[in-house]
Structures are given as structure tokens and as C-alpha cells.
Design a protein around this ligand. Structure first.
Ligand SMILES: Cc1cc2nc3c(=O)[nH]c(=O)nc-3n(C[C@H](O)[C@H](O)[C@H](O)COP(=O)(O)OP(=O)(O)OC[C@H]3O[C@@H](n4cnc5c(N)ncnc54)[C@H](O)[C@@H]3O)c2cc1C
Length: 374
């Protein structure tokens, strides 16, 4: 138990230390399928200085510390398996600076990607990484998030230029810089990205922005076999067609989507694709006409069909929810003011048949994506 550390934190932060049951449960498991594992207290810092003081104090008491962004991670990242405190960054959620000429923004870790893009709307720029959920920038950096746009714009690895990090003993360091052409010294930014809060807490990020596309065109195409779908992906990538998003569903996932939503989409492998660029460019890309290489044969695209609409609804990924819904004892997650939050639940393992089929398709997909060089 870490009562001494928590009492000292209460003396420092007052009512920004919470021990309420609902707060502890909301921070004890994120969107994971593991059993709820709440921390002993939740703290809400306002500044880097406070984060530094919290870590110094917890280090002195040997109290475990877990960073918390929006709680959308899926692998038990925020579970307090050894007790300790959760440091919730929701009150460090400012857009500090936009540098339009450099196509960069400096943000606090609690700002969510949707909030950032709302703030950027008038600038003609946007932040590209989209893991589906409305995750916080600090959590996305800590998990090196990817998502549907990774095929075109890359993951957090490609879009975070510099970080401010508070180490376990309270020291504050800066990694990287806004300079694009810089390769000197250890790449500590890369070390921090994906370190899942175990090397330090991120208190500031400098991120890369991209120009908002003039036009977007999207579609869904069905295939007879998984092999047809994945070889189409390889062919499209090799032909240099600039895809903005691409996502694959096998027949099992389509079945799950149908069961969840009551839709009657043909239970066959599907690809979701999106093109971005100029009006004429996206029309050419969707028709496979822009490349000088032989155009890959895409089956007819159904533009903006119902399945696509579900993909783009903000909770995105109908695949995630529909698969979740097929598990025993699943309860629909709650939506809070900051986005989707976990509902305490008792999950059952997926059936061996489903798991085998899902891993087989994931493997085929990864192999084909690797061959396509993406
Ligand atoms: C429907 C759905 C679809 C998803 N699709 C994808 C996807 O396609 N690709 C993908 O990559 N992920 C996906 N995810 C997972 C999730 O969105 C990402 O892992 C996201 O990056 C987590 O961000 P978060 O702010 O919610 O972090 P949290 O869940 O709050 O925390 C995640 C980890 O980061 C640490 N952390 C949080 N803030 C900080 C900080 N400031 N400093 C240091 N460590 C910190 C935490 O301790 C924890 O270890 C999906 C999730 C959902 C619910």
C-alpha cells in the first residue's frame, strides 16, 4: 500500500488527488479485455513542474506511477498490477503553439487528436495519425500509435519530432528538435515512442502536420477470397497508387459486423480504401489511371456505402466493437465527455476457431503487406 505517498500527494495537490471508486475504476483497465485493476489514487497535474514533483515524491516512497491519456489502449497498459497512482493528463490538454510555416504543432499530452484537428481546421493543416479512438497525444506517443492512415502518413514514429519527458526521479529532459534534417546524437525520441510510460512521462510533444487534402474519395470493395484481397493490396501499393487509408476485413469480421449492427453485407473479404488529393487526382487514383505501371484490377468500388459510414463514425473501427460484442459477457462501453471509456467487464476468451481464423488472416495480411514494402 502507498498511503504515505498518497497523503503527501494530497498535501501537494489538494482535491486534484482522487480516491473515489468510480475514478479508480475508470483508470483501472482502459479498453482492455483484462480484469479491472484500479490504482490506489488518481492525480490530475496542471504542469510539467507538478509532474516532476509527483514523480520525485513517488520515487522517494517507491510508489508505482502509471500515465493515463484517454484510456483507449487495448493491452492492459493502464492496469495497476502493483498498485500505485494513475497520473491523468486530461488537465494538461493545451495546444501550445502552431507553426504553420514549419508545418508543426507543440501540444500538451492530454490534448486528444480530435481536439487538435478541431483547433487546426482553419489553418489548412491537420494531424494525420488516427488510431480509431479519440486518444490523447501523450498516450498515442507512449504506444507509438498507428491506425488507418499509416499507409500514407506513417505512425507516431514518423510524426513526432521532439518530446519533453519527466524521468522517474523527477528530472525533466528534452529529446529531438523541430529540425527535419538532424541525425546527430542518440535518437531518444524514438526510444520514448512506444515505451508505454515505463521510461518517463511525456509532458510536451512537437508533432508534424500535413496539408488538408482538397478532396477525399472512399470506397469499399468485396473479394471472393482473402488471397484476392491481399494480392490486390500488394498490386495497388506496387503500382504507387497513393492510398490515404486502407483496411481489410475477412468474412468472419463482416459476419461479426452484421451480427452487431443488423446489416446484411455479403459475408466475403472486404477492403476499405480512401484516396486524398486534388479533385481530379482522387478520381484518377480511384480509377487506377494515374500510375504509369499497369493498373491493378480493383473490383467495383461501392463509394460511401453503409459499411464505410460505420468505419468513419468517430468510434471508427466497427470491427473492434463487433468482435467485442461477440464475446461472452460483453457490455457496451460508456461514452464520457472525453470519448469512449472502458466499462468494467468480465471478458471470455474468443473461441479457438475464431482466433485461428483471425490470426491466419492477420498473418496473410502482414506477409502480403511486408512483400508490398509497407
Ligand atoms: C476502437 C479502437 C480502435 C483502435 N485502433 C488502433 C489502431 O488502429 N492502431 C493503434 O495503434 N491503436 C489502436 N487502438 C488503441 C489505442 O487507441 C492506442 O493505443 C492509443 O494510442 C492509446 O492512447 P490513449 O491516450 O488512450 O492512452 P492510454 O490508454 O491512456 O495509455 C496508453 C499507454 O500510454 C501511457 N501513457 C499515457 N499518457 C502518457 C504520457 N503522457 N506519458 C507517458 N506515458 C503515457 C499509459 O501509461 C499506457 O501505458 C484502438 C483503440 C480502440 C478503442
Amino acid at each position: 500500500m502507498n498511503d504515505a505517498a498518497i497523503s503527501a500527494l494530497e498535501a501537494m495537490l489538494g482535491d486534484r488527488v482522487s480516491r473515489s471508486k468510480s475514478d479508480l475504476e475508470a483508470h483501472g483497465g482502459s479498453e482492455t479485455h483484462f480484469a479491472l485493476c484500479p490504482p490506489e489514487a488518481v492525480v490530475y497535474p496542471h504542469s510539467t513542474e507538478e509532474v516532476s514533483a509527483i514523480l520525485r515524491l513517488c520515487n522517494a516512497h517507491g510508489c508505482p506511477v502509471i500515465g493515463f491519456g484517454a484510456g483507449t489502449s487495448l493491452e492492459g497498459h493502464t492496469s495497476a498490477v502493483s498498485g500505485g497512482i494513475s497520473v491523468d493528463f486530461s488537465r494538461m490538454n493545451k495546444l501550445i503553439e502552431v507553426r504553420p510555416a514549419d508545418m508543426q504543432a507543440v501540444v500538451q499530452p492530454g490534448l486528444t487528436r480530435e481536439e487538435l484537428n478541431r483547433e487546426l481546421r482553419a489553418t489548412g493543416l491537420f494531424f494525420s495519425v488516427d488510431p480509431g479512438a479519440n486518444a490523447a497525444m501523450g498516450g498515442m506517443a507512449a504506444t507509438r500509435a498507428s491506425g488507418t492512415t499509416a499507409v500514407r502518413y506513417g505512425t507516431m514514429k514518423d510524426n513526432v519530432l521532439a518530446l519533453e519527458v519527466v524521468l522517474a526521479d523527477g528530472r525533466v529532459i528534452r529529446t529531438g528538435s523541430g529540425a527535419r534534417k538532424s541525425s546527430s546524437g542518440y535518437d531518444l525520441t524514438a526510444l520514448m515512442l512506444g515505451s508505454e510510460g515505463t521510461l518517463g512521462l511525456i509532458t510536451e510533444l512537437t508533432v508534424r502536420l500535413h496539408g488538408q487534402p482538397e478532396a477525399t474519395s472512399a470506397g469499399v470493395c468485396a473479394f471472393d477470397t482473402i488471397e484476392d484481397a491481399v494480392s490486390t493490396v500488394s498490386a495497388v501499393m506496387q503500382a504507387g497508387v497513393p492510398m490515404a487509408r486502407m483496411e481489410f476485413l475477412d468474412a468472419d469480421v463482416v459476419r461479426a459486423v452484421n451480427a452487431y449492427s443488423g446489416s446484411d453485407i455479403p459475408e466475403r473479404p472486404h477492403l476499405f480504401v480512401e484516396f486524398q488529393g486534388s479533385e481530379s487526382g482522387v478520381a484518377e487514383d480511384a480509377g487506377g489511371k494515374r500510375s504509369k505501371k499497369p493498373a491493378p484490377t480493383l473490383p467495383p468500388l461501392r463509394f460511401r456505402g453503409r459499411l464505410w459510414a460505420m468505419w468513419a463514425t468517430g468510434i471508427s473501427t466497427p470491427f473492434y466493437w463487433s468482435n467485442a460484442a461477440m464475446r461472452r459477457n460483453w457490455r457496451r462501453p460508456r461514452k464520457s465527455a472525453r470519448g469512449w471509456r472502458n466499462a468494467p467487464c468480465d471478458w471470455a476468451a474468443p473461441s479457438p476457431a475464431n482466433t485461428a481464423s483471425a490470426s491466419a488472416s492477420a498473418l496473410t495480411w502482414r506477409r502480403n503487406m511486408a512483400r508490398a514494402g509497407s
